[in-house]
Design a protein around this ligand. Structure first.
Ligand code: BGP
Length: 480
C-alpha cells in the first residue's frame, strides 16, 4: 500500500490508569470509583460497593501493576516504535479525595517518572485527565458530577497537572468518553452519580435528569480547563473524547432512518457538538423536553462553553450497531452500547460487532462535521488469548481486526480526513472497563494475570507485537 498517513502520524497505544496501574493505595493514593468495583464477566455484571469488602476481588487494586513495571512496559512500547502513548492520570494519586488544597507530591512524582521515561524513548504522552477515575470521596459527599462543586475540584486538579508537566505533556483530553454519561451505565464509570449505591453496575436506578446535569457540569469543567490551558500554556493541544458508536438504520423504512438520526444525534454528536462548536445543539432541546429533563445552568455558562472549544477531536471506535422501529429485530450483545444485530457483520466473543468500513464512514462524518484534526484514540479486539509454553501468543484474529481498521483509516485519509494518529486500546493487556475481566485481552503484550487475581505478571510479546512494529516502521504502508 502507498504511504498515505502524515509523516508525523502519531502511532501508539492507549491505556487508562485505573485499568493497568494497580498500586491503588500506594504512596498516599485515595480510592476512585473504579477501585470500588469488583470483577465480573460477560454474563454476570461487576458490582460497585460502598466500602472495600473483605474476601472480594477488586481488579484495579493490582491490575497489571504498571505502577512498578512502567520502565519495562514503556521500553516494550518503544521497541514497537510507538510515537505516542495515551495514558491517564489517576486523579486520586494527585488529590486522594479530590478535595485537598495541595496535591500529593508522591503522586505527581510518579507521573514525572512515567513521562520522563516516555520522553527518553522519544514517545509523546497523550494524557486523559479523567478516565473513569473519579475520587470516590466525591461520590460519597457530592453524588459525583451531579454537583456543581466538582467543577472547582476538577479545575484545581487540572491546574496542578498543567503546571507540573509543562514541557513533558503537550496533548490533553479533558474527559474519556464523555458521552458515556448519556447511557445508564455511565452513571458509575463516568458521572459517578451513585451515592450510596451498592450492587451490579447495570442495575443502578437510572435518573436521566441527574446524568445530563452531571454532563453539563463536565462540559463546563472541560471548557474552563481548555480555556485555562490556552491562556497559560499556548503550546498545549486540548482534545475531547467520545465513544463513536456508529449506527445504521436496519431498514430503509423512513421511520428507521429518523430513529437512527435521533440516536446518532444524542449518542454520538451531542457532546462533541458542545465541546467542538461551543454550544448546545438545537436538537437537544426537544430531547430534553420529551424526557422531562430541566438543566440548571448558571449565568455565564453559555460564554464558558463558547470560549473553551477543543483543538482536536478524538474518539474510541470498536463496533457499529443498527437501529430500528421494527420490534422483531434481535439485540446485539455490546456491553456498553446496545443495539440491534446487523446481518452483514460478525461479532467478537463479547458481542461487539466488527465493522472496519464503519470506521471510514465515521471518520468522514466526523471530519465533515467539524473540520478539525481527528484522532482514533481507542480501537481493538477484546479476545481470549492462549499463551503457549514458549511464551508465544498467536493472535492472528487481532492482527486481522487491526489490519482491516487501519486499511479503512487509510481510505478515510484518502477521502480527505485530517487524521492525526491512532492509539489502539489496551496495547498491553489490562482490566476490562465494562466487565472487570482480565480474560478480555486487547494487548500486543501479554500479561500473566488472570481473572481470579493470580498470575506472576510476566510480560511477553504476542504475534501482533511484531506485526504492529512493522506497521509503524512503514508508516502504515506495510499491513502484512
Ligand atoms: C472504552 C473505555 C476503555 C476501555 C474500552 C474497552 O469504553 O474508554 O476504558 O476499557 O472501552 O472496553 P472493555 O474494557 O469493556 O472491553
Amino acid at each position: 500500500m502507498e504511504p498515505v498517513f502524515r509523516k508525523d502520524f502519531l502511532w501508539g497505544g492507549a491505556c487508562a490508569a485505573n485499568q493497568f496501574e494497580g498500586g491503588w493505595n500506594a504512596d498516599g493514593k485515595g480510592p476512585s470509583v473504579s477501585d470500588m468495583c469488583t470483577n465480573g464477566t460477560h454474563t454476570s455484571p461487576k458490582r460497585v460497593t460502598t466500602a472495600i469488602r473483605p474476601d472480594t476481588l477488586y481488579p484495579s487494586h493490582e491490575a497489571i501493576d504498571f505502577y512498578h513495571h512502567y520502565v519495562q512496559d514503556i521500553a516494550l512500547f518503544a521497541e514497537m516504535g510507538f510515537k505516542t502513548f495515551r495514558t491517564s492520570i489517576n486523579w486520586t494519586r494527585i488529590f486522594p479525595t479530590g478535595m485537598e488544597a495541595e496535591p500529593n507530591e508522591a503522586g505527581l512524582a510518579f507521573y514525572d517518572r512515567v513521562f520522563d521515561c516516555c520522553k527518553a524513548h522519544g514517545i509523546e504522552p497523550l494524557v486523559t485527565i479523567s478516565h473513569y477515575e473519579l475520587p470516590y470521596a466525591l461520590v460519597e459527599k457530592y453524588n459525583g458530577w451531579a454537583s456543581r462543586a466538582l467543577v472547582d475540584f476538577y479545575m484545581n486538579y487540572c491546574k496542578a497537572i498543567f503546571a507540573r508537566y509543562q514541557g513533558k505533556v503537550k496533548y490533553w483530553l479533558t474527559f474519556n468518553e464523555i458521552n458515556a454519561g448519556t447511557m445508564a451505565l455511565g452513571s458509575v464509570l463516568s458521572t459517578g452519580t451513585i451515592k450510596g449505591y451498592e450492587g451490579p453496575v447495570n442495575a443502578v436506578p437510572d435518573d436521566p435528569q441527574t446524568r445530563y446535569q452531571a454532563i453539563h457540569h463536565q462540559f463546563v469543567a472541560s471548557a474552563l480547563a481548555v480555556k485555562y490551558a490556552h491562556d497559560h500554556y499556548p503550546d498545549y493541544k486540548m482534545g475531547d473524547m467520545n465513544i463513536f458508536a456508529t449506527a445504521y438504520p436496519l431498514t430503509c423504512d423512513p421511520a428507521d432512518i429518523l430513529k437512527c438520526q435521533q440516536y446518532m444525534q444524542m449518542m454520538n454528536w451531542f457532546c462533541s457538538d458542545v465541546q467542538v462548536r461551543g454550544a448546545y445543539p438545537p436538537y437537544a432541546a426537544r430531547f430534553f423536553a420529551a424526557q422531562n429533563i430541566r438543566l440548571q445552568k448558571e449565568p455565564g455558562d453559555d460564554e464558558i462553553l463558547r470560549a473553551g472549544t477543543v483543538d482536536f477531536y478524538t474518539c474510541s471506535y470498536y463496533m457499529s450497531n443498527c437501529v430500528t422501529t421494527h420490534a422483531d429485530a434481535a439485540e446485539s450483545g455490546g456491553n456498553l452500547v446496545g443495539g440491534v444485530k446487523n446481518p452483514y457483520l460478525k461479532a467478537s466473543d463479547w458481542g461487539w460487532q466488527i465493522d472496519p468500513q464503519g470506521l471510514r464512514y465515521s471518520l468522514n462524518e466526523i471530519y465533515g462535521r467539524y473540520g478539525i484534526p481527528v484522532m482514533v484514540v481507542e480501537n481493538g479486539l477484546g479476545a481470549k488469548d492462549v499463551r503457549e509454553a514458549d511464551g508465544a501468543v498467536h493472535d492472528g484474529y487481532r492482527i486481522d481486526y487491526l489490519r482491516q481498521h487501519i486499511a479503512e483509516m487509510a481510505e478515510a485519509v484518502k477521502d480527505g480526513v485530517d487524521l492525526m494518529g491512532y492509539t489502539p486500546w489496551g496495547c498491553i493487556d489490562l482490566v476490562s472497563a465494562s466487565t472487570g475481566e482480565m480474560a478480555k485481552r486487547y494487548g500486543f503484550i501479554y500479561v500473566a494475570k488472570y481473572d481470579d487475581g493470580t498470575g506472576d505478571l510476566s510480560r511477553s510479546r504476542k504475534d501482533s507485537f511484531y506485526w504492529y512494529k512493522k506497521v509503524i516502521a512503514s508508516n502504515g504502508a506495510d499491513l502484512g
